[in-house]
Design a protein around this ligand. Structure first.
Ligand code: FES
Ligand SMILES: [Fe+2]
Length: 371
């Protein structure tokens, strides 16, 4: 890819990637006996939790005449549409009753399905698998199982604590993701007297390598500006600290920091809700602050502050983007963003051609920038 990557051409229709798991909602927003609407890749969903506590996800449109199923009733096992009372098994979407049928009308009710999605709970979120869209007019049948389980925060000991943060961003998933991997905004957006100032800018050298469907910022080069790293230095020798940051399609950023028996791990996702709205969700797990009073609260405070600074920045940026200006990506600071677009393109290519995925990186790369 060249420096003139037409970013704006890649964002408006925002190429949302099907065939992956996405975080649909935080678990605590999905309650028993309640139907909760949610949007994922412009697909309206209704989420709920059955009598056993298992979450489920259906397309929020009745297969009869399109009434949102979230307007209906839920008894803990079946969802009843509010328009003509058709009933659907919550977990499979299979129709169980059409009240208007008389005894000798032989319509096979059990062949009718409401659209249904594979749905699993992981790390305080309900994840939904979004398959490749069915051909137009195909209707709904029994769904296929997801090809793999949803991603999960990596943990390295049996005792740990975890917490999550979530914020909606008024921009396309692409701007959300490249904003997350962009090293150059730190000194300007994330200034605070207790943190760093723009004068702390210095030159950095980082090593990257390709990994399946993504890239890795290699271990053993912790950024001295990272929040968990600063806290870790309170309990561990700076030289023993290693950190690894991975990005993988469609939207996953994992960060692992280890220092002897201590570790901190996070999984951040940026999920497309619509073409111009996305949501950032961070789940972090750690075992390291047992000896540091208030550290977890401090960490959450710092993270919440960062996410809010990013959210506010993207809100302002979206004003500028309304008029579809020319944009540019420069080396080296925007190289990860270029890889992201390259990965996306390669994925779309492999999906449409049926050929193998061709990774846009041929090998390890060293990048330098000031931040
Ligand atoms: S629209 Fe749902 S039962 Fe008719
Ligand atoms: Fe940021």
């Amino acid at each position: 890819m060249t420096n003139e990557t037409p970013l704006q051409r890649q964002t408006p229709d925002s190429l949302m990637l099907h065939g992956f798991w996405y975080r649909a909602l935080p678990s605590d927003q999905v309650r028993r006996r309640q139907l909760t609407p949610a949007l994922l890749l412009e697909i309206p969903l209704v989420l709920g939790r059955d009598r056993q506590g298992q979450p489920f996800a259906l397309r929020d449109a009745c297969p009869h005449r399109g009434m949102p199923l979230s307007c209906g009733k839920f008894d803990g096992a079946e969802v009843e549409c509010s328009y003509h009372g058709w009933r659907f098994a919550a977990q499979s979407g299979q129709c169980t009753l059409i009240p208007s049928l008389v005894a000798d009308q032989k319509l096979r009710v059990d062949r009718i399905y409401a659209g249904s999605f594979a749905c699993q709970e992981r790390d305080q979120f309900v994840w939904v698998f979004v398959p490749q869209p069915a051909p137009v007019g195909a209707g709904f049948t029994q769904r296929d199982d997801a090809p793999c389980p949803p991603p999960q925060v990596e943990t390295f000991s049996s005792y740990y604590r975890s917490a999550y943060l979530t914020a909606e961003l008024p921009c396309s998933v692409d701007h959300g993701i490249i904003g997350l991997m962009d090293p150059a905004h730190g000194p300007f957006v994330h200034q605070a007297w207790w943190w760093r100032s723009r004068h702390s800018i210095h030159e950095k050298t980082k090593h990257f390598e390709p990994i399946p469907l993504g890239f890795r910022m290699s271990a053993h080069s912790p950024s001295s500006n990272s929040a968990p790293y600063k806290l870790l230095r309170m309990v561990a020798d700076a030289d023993s600290i290693t950190t690894t940051i991975d990005f993988t399609l469609p939207n996953l950023r994992t960060e692992t920091i280890r220092a002897g028996k201590y570790w901190f791990s996070s999984l951040t996702t940026v999920t497309p809700l619509t073409r111009d709205r996305c949501r950032i969700d961070v789940v972090a797990a750690w075992n390291l602050f047992r000896s540091v009073p208030f550290a977890p609260a401090l960490l959450k405070f710092v993270f919440a502050k960062f996410v809010e600074q990013d959210r506010r920045t993207m809100e302002l940026q979206s004003e500028g983007l309304k008029h579809n200006p020319h944009l540019m990506l420069i080396d080296d600071a925007d190289r990860p963003a270029k890889w992201y677009f390259g990965l996306k393109q390669a994925w779309m290519q492999s999906q449409s051609s049926g050929e193998d995925f061709r990774h846009p990186m041929n090998g390890p790369v060293t990048l330098r920038w000031r931040s």
